[in-house]
Design a protein around this ligand. Structure first.
Ligand SMILES: *[C@@H]1O[C@H](CO)[C@@H](O)[C@H](O)[C@H]1NC(C)=O
Ligand SMILES: *[C@@H]1O[C@H](CO)[C@@H](O)[C@H](O)[C@H]1NC(C)=O
Ligand SMILES: *[C@@H]1O[C@H](CO)[C@@H](O)[C@H](O)[C@H]1NC(C)=O
Ligand SMILES: *[C@@H]1O[C@H](CO)[C@@H](O)[C@H](O)[C@H]1NC(C)=O
Ligand SMILES: *[C@@H]1O[C@H](CO)[C@@H](O)[C@H](O)[C@H]1NC(C)=O
Ligand SMILES: *[C@@H]1O[C@H](CO)[C@@H](O)[C@H](O)[C@H]1NC(C)=O
Length: 310
């Protein structure tokens, strides 16, 4: 069974196992009401709590307007690029590129907007979110205005360093800016005990480590340079991380390799690389999530979810 929520339209979809083919990558054709267009990302969630949780970012969305492939509808319907449950309270935190930082109560329903900026700085491209469950801290990134261009060559050639990392303390309900100067932060993942946070820097092709606690608290360093641009990064059950990495031809900006890279966050090394290029050809992979021994692959351009594994 595959339970997933597709970003913009937030359709809960369930795929029948019989649709999983015996390829190294199975194309699960979840019941998606419309083609997934090129402006949305998708996320996989495997927690029972979210099955059929209906929620909405705005009160005025309609299925006709928001569940289709109309990319101009994003400014009306929202485009949630980061989602995460608070396991203690059951609340769902949502980071939306248009509506900012929101929270949905455990029963679903209409989201409550928590912030659209901080201290006079408006979020420009809120993009990735993860939660330190033990300490009730939500980390999220603003990727920077260059991503509004939606043009890969413009984005990569910009060398932009306007990305930011924010943290929201759910206990005190305070929002703070933790890091400035990030180069396309499209992914964020908290380490097991919350001591550090990894941030994918898409433009700079690397992973940065921000120390949340300990002697280096408040500082960050480059953890590892990657062969391509990393989108999302997700912690695995064994407490290392998987980054979805795309290598682009620097002249044509076509994808030459789509990789899942397993990263050791303590040592700063790439422990394994899974090459998904044959299955994804020119699609951009956006997420590699390990679950029960398999890798679930999200893509912002493919209309299927890949399952890689034995
Ligand atoms: C699919 O793969 C499994 C495990 O590799 C194998 O046991 C099974 O026979 C295969 N099924 C088909 C239809 O090829
Ligand atoms: C697409 O969305 C825009 C903005 O909400 C709307 O004005 C337009 O009518 C929509 N187009 C279609 C074909 O639904
Ligand atoms: C992206 O920007 C480049 C350089 O400005 C331009 O040549 C190219 O046509 C743009 N691509 C798209 C898809 O708009
Ligand atoms: C980005 O950096 C590259 C390599 O250092 C340089 O060639 C290019 O001119 C820079 N682009 C911009 C827009 O500054
Ligand atoms: C917001 O601005 C106030 C006043 O300038 C300053 O004291 C505070 O530290 C700022 N907060 C953040 C999170 O930057
Ligand atoms: C991944 O595999 C493709 C062929 O499917 C190959 O062209 C590419 O060089 C490989 N990438 C890496 C980084 O090994």
């Amino acid at each position: 069974m595959c339970h997933l929520i597709l970003a913009r339209s937030l359709i809960t979809a369930v795929a029948s196992p019989r649709l999983v083919q015996n390829f190294s990558i199975a194309k699960i054709n979840c019941k998606i009401s419309n083609r997934i267009d090129h402006v949305i990302n998708e996320w996989l969630f495997f927690f029972k709590t979210i099955e059929n949780l209906p929620f909405s970012l705005t009160g005025f969305r309609t299925k006709q307007l928001c569940d289709g492939a109309n990319s101009s509808a994003a400014s009306t319907c929202g485009r949630p690029l980061g989602l995460g449950f608070n396991f203690k309270t059951g609340e769902l935190y949502v980071l939306d590129f248009k509506f900012g930082f929101l929270v949905v109560s455990p029963g679903g329903g209409l989201a409550t907007q928590l912030a659209t900026g901080l201290n006079g700085t408006t979020f420009v491209f809120p993009n990735a979110l993860d939660i330190d469950q033990a300490n009730q801290i939500v980390y999220f990134t603003d990727a920077g205005a260059i991503f509004l261009s939606r043009n890969l060559s413009t984005i990569i050639q910009s060398n932009d360093t306007s990305g930011k990392l924010y943290k929201y303390d759910a206990r005190t309900k305070t929002l703070s800016l933790m890091l400035n100067g990030l180069s396309g932060p499209l992914g964020v993942a908290v380490s097991k005990c919350g001591a550090y946070v990894l941030i994918d820097e898409y433009i700079a092709s690397r992973v940065r480590r921000y120390w949340a606690r300990g002697p280096k608290a408040g500082s960050s360093e480059i953890l590892v340079n990657l062969p391509g641009s990393p989108d999302n990064i997700k912690r695995t059950i064994s407490d290392d991380f998987f980054a979805a990495v795309t290598i682009l031809n620097r002249h044509t900006f076509q994808t030459t390799s789509s990789l899942g890279q397993r990263i050791n966050g303590d040592l700063g090394i790439v422990e394994a690389t899974v090459n998904l290029t044959a299955q994804y050809t020119n699609n951009l992979i956006s997420e590699v999530q390990e679950f029960l021994g398999k890798l679930y692959i999200g893509s912002s351009t493919a209309s299927f979810v890949g399952v890689y594994g034995p």
